[in-house]
Each structure stands twice: as structure tokens, then as C-alpha cells.
Design a protein around this ligand. Sequence first.
Ligand code: ZN
Length: 481
Amino acid sequence: MSDNAYEAIIGLEVHTHLMTRSKLFCGCSAGFGAGPNENVCPVCMGMPGVLPVLNRHAVELAIRAGLAAHCEIAPESIFDRKSYFYPDLPKGYQISQYELPLCKGGYIELPAHSEGAEPRRIRLTRIHMEEDAGKNIHESGASLVDFNRSGVPLVEIVSEPDIRSADEAGAYLRELRSILRYIEASDGKMEEGGLRCDVNVSVRKRGAAEFGVKTEIKNLNSFRFVEKAIEHEVARQIDILEAGGRIAQETHLWDPVREVTRPMRSKEFANDYRYFPEPDLPPLRVPPDLVEAIKTAMPELPADQRARFVRELGLTAYEAAVLTQDRDLGAYFETMLAAGLKNHRTAANWVMTEVLRVVNEAARPLADAAPLAIESGELLKLVETGAISLNAAKTAFAAMCKSGKGADATVAELGLAQVSDEGAIAAACDQVIAAEAAKVAEYRGGRDKLFGFFVGQVMKAMGGKGNPKVVNEILKRKLSG
Ligand SMILES: [Zn+2]
């Protein structure tokens, strides 16, 4: 932030696809990756005379999202028509929820990354359901429309203007995505349009009670773009105010190439959507026992898993936050522990360094890039029992990522097992002591520093496979004798 005298006021509107098999109001597949206009029917093409039928599973997922975000679930909500004209919207309106959304209030708690820090709560205004539009494609001088996405169920998650920086917006989005993935409501795949974000930004003098004039940045499709666009927009607004100017209430687009926001032409957005209740759908009534059933079946949420990792496994707040940023990562860690590991923090560090490194390097999902979690656990178990060293485990792990073989087989194949047998180690110590009589005399005369030299010689004699702990013990005993 270029000027500390100002404070940024940020609210986010996140759209995310719900993971249903079919669309919101028809039986077409909601899947991604089909050929253009393969998943369409008269309903999602907006043909005259068709009637929408609400997808029950989509409603249940939206309720799950609402409960996970501590929202109040409305016993009755209404679908509305949001009218506007665009080539990707053949009906001329989008079915959405306006005055009476499914979920109201609630909050998202951002993980504290340091001990004792107060978690930040970002309040939500609402979560409502709506259908997605199709997709315009402009290529080789032609404009094409693909309606596969038309009618795919979305929730829009609207926050209060509680966010104060680009970093905090990023933390909010990461936590939101994590929650949606934990509850299997959304896969949050930004690259497939699975999570999109509109940002409202204003600035005010620190300590001022009134909000400044806000601008809206539309349709950001990566966390990085959200953070960059906020940084740019906050700086732009401060510059205008500092120069004595006024902020115009505008809608902007982010230009990811030039890394600037630019105002949309006023023609590009018309704010009069002429909302009115969708006459083809009755009010959505959610009986309390349905809400209770969904609550009961709710999986553990990232915040609860974090708290449990700290409370029961002795992890730091930071470690717990990293491990719960993704559902698969938390599950990987817990499966590793199931191998019977005693040192939870070593396992946590293993996931945060070795496992995350191969995932990042391979740029593939965890399940493809890393060995089975239980095999990672078995590998660390071999370290705990002293069968192999931590360095040998790293070597074995790299091989396991490529071969897909198990821990025991890999350690045997690479000959990584370390020798803990006291007889073998004692013999190697005797051999070194006999060969280095002069140095032994020096050591016994008080040159303690030579101890490392003897350890090195014993390890060399054993091909690097002596258990360092046992080597140290036996060597110390023999040299002092
Ligand atoms: Zn359809």
C-alpha cells in the first residue's frame, strides 16, 4: 500500500459452480470438457414453452455451503429473473435469487498463522443460488457461443466489506475454496471457470467513519489476479484522492497483461436488471428436518481440523493452517499417521516440505504426484525405528514418486537400510581406532574436536549406513576406555 494514512475497504462476491451431475433446471450434464453445445436441451437453450425443474442436490449443496459458513438457512426463499441481453443468455434473463436468498449472514474465519493470534472473521451478507450463462468465444474473426455452461448451478457468496488488504482477500479466497472442497460443494477449479470473483474496493482516511466511493472490478478468475487488481485499484484511488480528485463510481475490468484496471464502457453494464419473481418456479421451501439432516452429515471443516491438529497432535497454528489449505493434504497427513507414527510434527513437516515440493514440481494433483500416503507413513516409520536415516528416507521418497513402489521395497532395492547392529558397529569402531592410533592418543589427551573425525571414519568404513546414534554411543564408549 503506497500510503499508510489510508485504509482499504474490500468486499468480495464469489461465484462458484456446485458439483452436481446435472444442471440447475434441466437434466443436461453439468460436466466440464464436452464438445461445444453437446450438453444442451430446450430448457437450458431457453426455448419458448419449457419449464424449469429445480435440482434438489444443488439445493442441498448450497445449504451445506451455508451451514459451513455459519449462515442462517431461510425456510423460504424465492427465485427471480434477472433480465439482461447478452448472446450467451438465450432466455434474455438469468434465474437467480434477489430479495430472499437461501442463506443469510454467517462468516468465514481466516486461519491464524501464529500462536495466540486472534483469527479474523469476515462476515457474509448472503449466499444465493443462480444459474450460469453460456460462454462467448471470439476467434478467427468469428463469434461463437457454447451453451454447455448455460444453466450450470452456481452459488454466489457475498461478503460484507470487512476485508482490509489484498493479502487478506487472498487468505479469504483460499479459506473459502478450502471449505467448499472439504464439504464437496465445489472443486474450486479457477482454470475451468469453477470460481470467479467480483471485487468492490474503496479507500478512506484511517479512522474515518464514512466509506469512500467504491469501484467494482468484475470477473477475476484467479486468486493472483484478485490480489494484484486490489493492490492496483487501492493505489489508483489513493493517487486520485491525494491529487484532490474524486473517485467515480465505476465498474472496471482487470487487464492481466498490462496489470491495470480499466473502466468498462457504460454500455457494457446496465444495472437495471428488472428483477421479478420467476413465475415458473414456486418459492423454495426448506423444511427444518432437511437442514438438520444436512448438518448431521456434514464432514469436518478445515477450521475444526486445524483446531484438532493443534489440540490433539501438538502441531503449531502455522503447520495446521498449511495442512488444511487443501482437503487432500489434510487427509494425506492423517493417513500417514495411521502407519503408527509417534512424531506428528515430523510427519507434518514431511508433508509441508517433501510432499508439497513434488506436488508443486509436478504441477499435478497430490494423488498423481506423490506416493500413497500410507507408504509415506511407512517410510517415516522406518526413520522412527532407526532402520533408515532421514536423508535415506528423502532418497527413497524421490524414487517412490517415480516408481510408485512401496517404502519397504524401495529401501531394500536401493540398499538404504542403516546398520544398527551393535556388533557390526563395534567392529568398525575397533578397526578405525586401531588404524588411527596417533589421533586416538591426541583425542584422549583432550582434543575433543577429533570426535567428529572418528564418526566420519566409522561411517566411511560402513558405507554410510551406520545408524549415527548407535555409532556415536559405541565410539564414545570405546574412545574413553
Ligand atoms: Zn438442458
